[in-house]
Write a new protein. Structure first.
Length: 190
């Protein structure tokens, strides 16, 4: 079982690369963004609460996210090939909570794959994505807020996973297939 945290700033390509990992390795996938967008679309209480945070470019409270993730993770059954955590954890307390939640199930994170993309390129990608998808959170002002949150609150996780001995830095520039080849090499060696 290879549970993987795919990590990087908004627009680094986490969703795109997750799709390629799912296709090649048969992993499950938990995208907190997708889970939250579904809750918002369905108008659930969680969705309404989450929307307030998201619209302001803020992170969802940890307890709420861990409860959601535990439920989705358990839905894959006990003997899955592994799960990709996409968009979570975003803070050290979340990483600790995820480690604890998995440990309670006798599981662990095998690797944190960090997709690194320069900020100028991230802005270009996200603005283009917003134009193509109509995602309301892909506009210049909100993107800058999200990048600021990433840089102040999320990037300390790089050191945390480095200390855990499972951080893998991957250059996020190049073609989708070139980037995926770098990721596959890491997964194949786990």
């Amino acid at each position: 079982m290879k549970n993987i945290v795919i990590f990087g700033a908004p627009g680094a390509g986490k969703g795109t690369q997750s799709d390629k990992m799912i296709e090649k390795y048969g992993f499950g996938h938990i995208s907190t963004g997708d889970v939250l967008r579904a809750e918002i679309k369905n108008g659930t209480e969680l969705g309404k609460t989450a929307k307030g945070f998201i619209d302001n470019g803020q992170l969802i409270p940890d307890e709420l996210m861990i409860d959601i993730l535990a439920s989705v993770y358990d839905s894959f059954g006990k003997e899955h090939k592994g799960v990709i955590f996409d968009g979570f954890p975003r803070t050290i307390p979340q990483a600790e909570a995820l480690k604890k939640m998995l440990s309670e199930r006798g599981h662990q994170i095998a690797a944190m794959i960090e997709l690194f993309v320069p900020e100028e390129e991230l802005m270009k990608r996200l603005i283009l994505r917003g134009e193509q998808s109509g995602r309301s959170d892909d506009n210049a002002e909100t993107i800058q807020k999200r990048l600021n949150v990433y840089n102040t609150q999320t990037s300390p996780l790089i050191d945390w996973y480095q200390n855990e001995g499972i951080r893998h830095h991957v250059e996020g520039l190049g073609t989708i297939d070139e980037i995926f080849a770098r990721i596959a090499k890491i997964i194949d060696n786990l």
